[in-house]
Design a binder for this molecule. Sequence first.
Ligand code: MG
Ligand code: MG
Length: 262
Amino acid sequence: MIIGKSKKEIEKMRASGKLVGQVLSHLRSLVEPGISTIEIDKVAEKMIRDAGALPTFKGYNGFPYSICASVNEQVVHGFPSGYKLKDGDIFSIDCGATLEGFVGDTATTVPVGKVDEERLKLIRIAEECLDLAIEQCRPGNHLGDIGWAVQHHAETNGYSVVRDYVGHGIGRRMHEDPQIPNYGKPGLGPKIKAGYVFAVEPMVNKGTHFTKVLSDGWTVVTMDGQPSAHVEHTIAITEEGPEVLTRVASTQGSTPYSVACN
Ligand code: MG
Ligand code: MG
């Protein structure tokens, strides 16, 4: 069942979204060759707790950290570790915060130091996929419109979209109905209504869309070892259209946004 939110509840989600957006923006600014991903996790946890919120991921189904830290061929759900980021890596950070009972969820993929053109393009296309998906988050559209926007843009550019993991409704719980795939057909699926809040999260791969999970039970990698980019925003559907709750200036940073979405 898709849980619609009242104006008051969306107001609260604005606050949790803003917080986690600010956290992610700060984490982005820390990314440089030589920093370990566990250091970034510690900063995230402190910032979230100092703001009176909880790191939603920590303990979620047993996940041990406050961020997911996924490098290069890692798609999502990577463990922060002593691994030191190096020139040429692309680093995806996914973060969630629960403030006054409501969750915000956002992710970005950051180039580390000097990154080759191909990987920069992968990130840019993933960001464009997210922008195009956000544009579809309007009353009267269908869930399939969101998935199609992502799939069409990724595949047109020669990339694939992950099928095994999807976006989701979000509210008092991080994962609510509906599931929001990054693939689909226009006009199909449930109708989008004002008051819904979605976490839309394209996962775009350079090679195959197939993935596997490493022996830690969490880290998802591409089956062919080629790089993957992951970006995510929490979006409230209003009568006027999409309102991106987790966007703060410079949160999604390697390329400026080209599509205006509220
Ligand atoms: Mg997330
Ligand atoms: Mg999510």
